[in-house]
Design a protein around this ligand. Sequence first.
Ligand SMILES: Nc1ncnc2c1ncn2[C@@H]1O[C@H](COP(=O)(O)OP(=O)(O)O)[C@@H](O)[C@H]1O
Ligand SMILES: [Mg+2]
Length: 502
Amino acid sequence: MTQTFEEISPADFFYRNRDIAGFTNPSRAVFASIRELVENSLDAAEIAGTPPDIYVRLTFEEDDQESGIYKLRVEDNGSGIVSRHIPSAFGQVLFGSKYKLKQSRGTFGLGGTMAVLYGQITTHKPARIVSSTGSTKVYIYRVMIDIQRNKPIILERRVLLNKEQWHGTIVEFSLEGDYFRAMPKILEYLKQTALVNPYANITFIDPKGRLFKFSRVTEKMPPPPKETLPHPYGVDVEMVKRLVRVTPHQKMMDFLSAHFHRVSERIAEKFLEFSGIPKTRNPKKLDPQEIVRFVQMLKRFEEFRPPSAACLSPLGKDLLTAGILKELKPELTIVCQRKPSTYAGHPFIVETAIAYGGEIPKGGDFVLYRFANRIPLLYDEASDVAFRVIKSMNWRRYKVSPNMPIAVLVHTCSTKIPYKTVGKEFIADRPEIKREIQNGLREVARGLQRFLSKREHVEREKRRLSVFSKYLPKIAKFSTELAGRERQPEIEKLLRSVNTSG
Ligand SMILES: Nc1ncnc2c1ncn2[C@@H]1O[C@H](COP(=O)(O)OP(=O)(O)O)[C@@H](O)[C@H]1O
Ligand SMILES: [Mg+2]
């Protein structure tokens, strides 16, 4: 028997394996589409440096509510996309602008395109993209994806004058879905997105015409992340080969300090001495074996400083607190931001928070909110590192008892979040990340413990006082009668003094 071999394109691969990108069934597909487009919009608004205004509308297609075909439209006031990249941005899988070394929500050049691809394979309709970078023109495209070739097919291109200097993007396409099954998750997603992006306005109109509005409480955005160079502990042989190919430098000394993060001339010199590579050696002349050894030596050298966190953009205590107060309305919020740390050469920062009381629901286990690079993670909670850490903690030590109204938040940001799937639902157990989450949670738990102890004390005093105020008048009356007196002693003053001594 002869075997036949063939090659498939990346788009074809994701068409065949859409589960791994989160497009498992009609319900998950509506959720994932909204999520991917909202994330693109948030990223784009951050690039533009404007607080995001995002408008999401899901309608039944042509009033036919039975067919399960919807039209999704997401509009933002972000950076917009340069005209010539619009077709590929939505018509080519693994094409994107976020492969750089800095924190962003998108990572694979996959999400938005995957949504469009799913729409196409379920409705056979093109997607419509309207975008402007704020120039004099607005571009309108109608595109489909040539799945077998992983190339956009442009069906229509129109150019309008941009009189109002609008910048942003509108994406509109049809897809098969099951909104009513997906609804709880979609609303939860939007609420949690509003929590970690308290500077965003998000409006959602659902197929029944109901309006859900999440309004910003601040215009302040976290400082944007800066692009960074690869850290010596995070590179591999392939990356060094690529750097060698593009470098203009002829000496190892200059090569090291130009292309690697945290490598000053002094450190470069020390490293070259340590690894026995001459300072003047031409990097382009390194043979494959030497490159392998070079990478090994990089990992062995202990004097590289840890990566800087400038490429990260955590939320910060004030914004996280504002988001929690706005969406969860608790009585108490305790927030902690850990210092930057690294795993395998990738910098990361963990932020943790505990919210207590107020409108936080009581009962059972407490609610866990997980976030990564300012996106909520809603599925597969039990597989997530944060969940495991919470389960492993001895909460009784912190005076936490079952049925308390408690919500726990964990936000991890990194240039490379170790997701276990491309659907970006849960974070792998990296020991370094686990440790930071543990320390962060312990810190906020101690804060909660102090609050609960103080409250316990106040309650005890209150009870003591209520015992006094209940019996003291009776004792006063009784002893007055017993002593055969007319006038009862003044007990108000006495009660007041008991009260203030507490
Ligand atoms: N709303 C938007 N505003 C600006 N650019 C966008 C928008 N949506 C998508 N893009 C561009 O299209 C690219 C591909 O998007 P996507 O397929 O979601 O992949 P990713 O977000 O992982 O890069 C992005 O990298 C970005 O450059
Ligand atoms: Mg994306």
